[in-house]
Design a protein around this ligand. Structure first.
Ligand code: TXA
Ligand code: MG
Length: 327
């Protein structure tokens, strides 16, 4: 048996970036910040590194990974871009958008990373640390969110360590991730479809496309199939049950608040975390996973969640809250 890796923690200076690149080149696992959430990176072309990555996350191997690259030119070596995909990439890369596209002939990404699909998810992150690592590594990096499978995504290095210490080689600590929810995923395999609401709001994507996004494909029996394989209902579950859209906090509950006017009974809650006291959805997205983790740690009977508006980043926030509530 090989010993579990001792997890090193480094900052974001040039020496740290160089260490990250050496580690990736040696088949190691490196957690690093992107503008959305922390990713757990492996050399996407190295099937053994990708296998270690699945093992570290405890993730089912049928769930494919996003290949991260520095720019559109690098993405074109992995995937085929039709007009809609090219328009979205030009408008939102680098940034919190992932495109699911037909795999290019000669795509170097390991079959295991794409779970044997004929399609590939590609993203160009804009976080400077992610960009520095990608540029210095010079090859695609497969990176799911850096959490144990089924846990909420990490927005701080401390979240990564809580889930993965001793299971990954290196954590690059770049502070809090600014967007806070994962990238929006759009499949361009026909009519563009939104597989996962995320950091680029639906309305903004639709304005660029000049038309509405299609609904994700459904199962043959018209039951809603998980749109992206990893979007299982309970994918983002804290241990504590959630109760959504509450107007009144019940005894024994902690409160996830939104806005300046708290739900009735908030003064009796053992703990209150406010996503955005000034009612700003961008701030709320950035705080979502961190506040969920903090409230989960209290060990309360239930997390009561105040209503969050649905427009803009509200779609992604409400999507994650609904998944966390279903169990
Ligand atoms: O913001 C993000 O996207 C973060 C950062 C680290 O980049 N990454 C992330 O990765 O959220 P992950 O693995 O936690 O979620 C990626 C989702 C999964 O639900 C997966 O099933 C889906 O993308 N996916 C990957 N390849 C796909 C494909 N070929 N077709 C459909 N869905 C795909
Ligand atoms: Mg994830």
């Amino acid at each position: 048996m090989t010993a579990p890796p001792a997890t090193r923690i480094l900052g974001t200076d040039a020496a740290a970036i160089a260490a990250a690149v050496r580690c990736l080149a040696a088949g190691g696992l490196v957690a690093f910040p992107t503008e959305t959430v922390y990713g757990l990176g492996a050399d996407a072309a190295d099937g053994r590194a990708v296998a270690r990555l699945y093992a570290a996350k405890g993730r089912p191997a049928f769930n494919p990974l996003i290949a991260h690259v520095t720019d559109i030119a690098a993405a074109r070596a992995l995937a085929r871009f039709e007009a809609d995909a090219a328009r979205l990439a030009a408008a939102f890369w680098p940034g919190p958008l992932t495109l699911v596209l037909p795999k290019a002939a000669g795509c170097p990404v390991a079959e295991l990373a794409t779970a044997g699909l004929g399609t590939i998810a590609v993203r160009v992150p804009r976080h400077p640390v992610a960009q520095n690592i990608l540029a210095a590594f010079g090859k695609p990096i497969a990176a799911p969110s850096a959490n144990r499978s089924g846990h909420v995504s990490p927005t701080h290095a401390a979240h990564v360590l809580a889930d993965l210490r001793g299971r990954v080689d290196l954590v690059i600590d770049g502070g809090a991730t600014p967007v806070g929810v994962e990238s929006s995923i759009v499949a361009c395999l026909g009519e563009p479809a939104l597989l996962r609401p995320g950091g680029v709001p639906r309305e903004v994507l639709e304005r660029t496309l000049g038309r509405r996004l299609a609904e994700p494909p459904r199962g043959a029996d018209a039951a809603p199939a998980p749109p992206a394989p990893g979007m299982l209902a309970s994918h983002y579950a804290p241990r504590t049950p959630l109760r959504l859209d509450v107007a009144r906090v019940e005894p024994g509950e902690v409160l996830l608040a939104f806005g300046s006017t708290l739900a009735a009974g908030a003064d009796k809650a053992a703990r209150v975390e406010n996503l955005s006291p000034r009612g700003d959805l961008i701030e709320a997205a950035a705080n979502l996973f961190s506040h969920l983790r903090d409230l989960d740690a209290v060990g309360a009977r239930c997390i009561a969640v105040m209503p969050v508006p649905h427009g803009g980043l509200g779609e992604a926030i409400n999507d994650r809250l609904q998944r966390a509530a279903r169990r």
